[in-house]
Design a protein around this ligand. Structure first.
Ligand SMILES: [Zn+2]
Length: 418
């Protein structure tokens, strides 16, 4: 009964809205209108088109103009109502963005039908979500002014990380990769995340503040030529996110990452005075991987070995960790590499010292950020992306997860001529 009632109510509302909009013929404003090409377009007549709205299909009649100079036709009302170039109403477009950010395009299409009674084909969910994501890609590049009005926290954290996304073969031609024959199956998404950790847990350790995390990510390069004053694409992205978060203005700044050299090169290039910390979570993962390599057939022994190293790490005892690794280095390449890694990053692993200063050293925020912004949506079984599609959906997710979706939507609606 309730579903049937909703259907009827929506149908009635759709008819009422249709009648109201179709009764208003003020969009028929004279025999001529200026075309985007600069010439005059001629009034042809009223034309009907059916749009998908949250109330169901809406059949709207709008004044149609045609320009003989450039051969294009347009309806001024479509522009005014935000319907230009689309068969979806603004509210449905927004729903599509929401599901497209969260689930596969087919699941999104199913959910829209099931929850909202709105019929949008999977292909159209894909096209619309990717077009919106592309708008967000551009919007992110333009919008660098500080966001939010709250006073700055005493410390801000900026994390960087990378994760692979499976690509279509056509997107990978000529790219070197990790496959046995030297080809690539994935491309790396690079993520920048900013957060604060003023909260404290029961033991007084810094804990990430709820709602303080923002993300910005894309498949792009972090390498920059020396002559390139602008820095790499990713360096510019990090810089923009830092500006939005007033990272440079904060009294204390910390950069977190794993041991990847590109991260520390960027940190020194962009934020020379910041405290550098190797995310403790990453180091532990590294040590656990070595343990598995050392004891491939004895998982209990491996766990034990890793557990001891983890404890030493938390206690800041890097020397015995390196000694334990070097003892096994001759027979185990992973152990040798890990010993090097710890030596290279020693000054970024002074955990007891960092903790005494009230700094957060392993929140898993960066690691979780990769899973949240990229993994859960883009790395699902059978998914293969185009560069453009992946970057659009990543932008859409970052916008939503950073609490910027509402703001984007309002500005998008305002940008429309009345
Ligand atoms: Zn024209």
């Amino acid at each position: 009964m309730e579903t049937a009632a909703r259907r009827q109510v929506l149908r009635l509302a759709a008819r009422a809205l249709e009648q109201r909009l179709n009764a208003d013929t003020r969009d028929d404003a004279g025999a001529q209108r200026a075309c985007a090409c600069g010439q005059a377009a001629r009034y042809v007549g009223r034309r009907a088109k059916t749009f998908v709205s949250v109330l169901g299909p809406l059949r709207l009649e709008r004044a149609y103009y045609h320009c003989a100079a450039c051969g294009r036709g347009f309806c001024p009302r479509d522009r005014a109502l935000g319907l230009e170039g689309s068969a979806l109403s603004p509210a449905v477009t927004r729903m599509v963005a929401a599901v497209g950010a969260l689930v596969s395009f087919q699941e999104g299409s199913d959910l829209l039908g099931e929850l909202a009674g709105v019929q949008v084909e999977a292909k159209q969910v894909e096209r619309t979500a990717e077009a919106l994501g592309a708008e967000m890609v551009e919007d992110e590049q333009r919008r660098v002014q500080p966001q939010g009005t709250e006073p700055l926290p005493s410390t801000l954290y900026l994390g960087m990380d990378g994760t692979g996304v499976p690509m279509r073969p056509s997107e990978l031609k000529g790219r070197a990769g990790k496959q046995a024959e030297g080809s690539a199956k994935t491309r790396e998404v690079k993520l920048c995340t900013v957060w604060s950790a003023e909260s404290r847990d029961a033991e007084g350790r810094a804990v990430r503040d709820e709602g303080s995390v923002t993300y910005s990510a894309a498949i792009e390069s972090a390498a920059s030529a020396d002559a390139d004053l602008q820095g790499s694409e990713f360096a510019q992205r990090v810089w923009r996110e830092a500006q939005r978060r007033c990272f440079e203005q904060c009294a204390r700044r910390a950069v977190l990452g794993d041991g990847a050299p590109w991260i520390w090169n960027l940190a020194q290039e962009l934020f020379p005075g910041a405290i550098e910390i190797v995310d403790r979570f990453h180091v532990k993962q590294h040590l656990s991987d070595v343990a598995k390599a050392l004891y491939p057939t004895a998982p209990r022994r491996a766990r034990q070995w890793a557990e001891q190293r983890h404890q030493q790490l938390d206690a800041g005892r890097l020397k015995p960790i390196r000694q334990a690794l070097l003892r096994r280095a001759a027979g185990c390449e992973e152990a040798r590499k890990c010993a090097d890694y710890i030596q290279r990053n020693e000054h970024r692993m002074r955990y007891p010292e960092f903790h005494a200063q009230g700094l957060c050293t392993s929140s898993g925020v960066v690691e979780a950020g990769c899973k949240l912004t990229v993994g859960t949506r883009l790395k699902r079984a059978g998914m293969h992306w185009t560069l453009r599609g992946a970057n659009a959906i990543i932008a859409l997710r970052c916008c939503r997860l950073s609490g910027r979706f509402e703001d984007f939507w309002e500005r998008r609606a305002q940008g429309r001529p009345a």
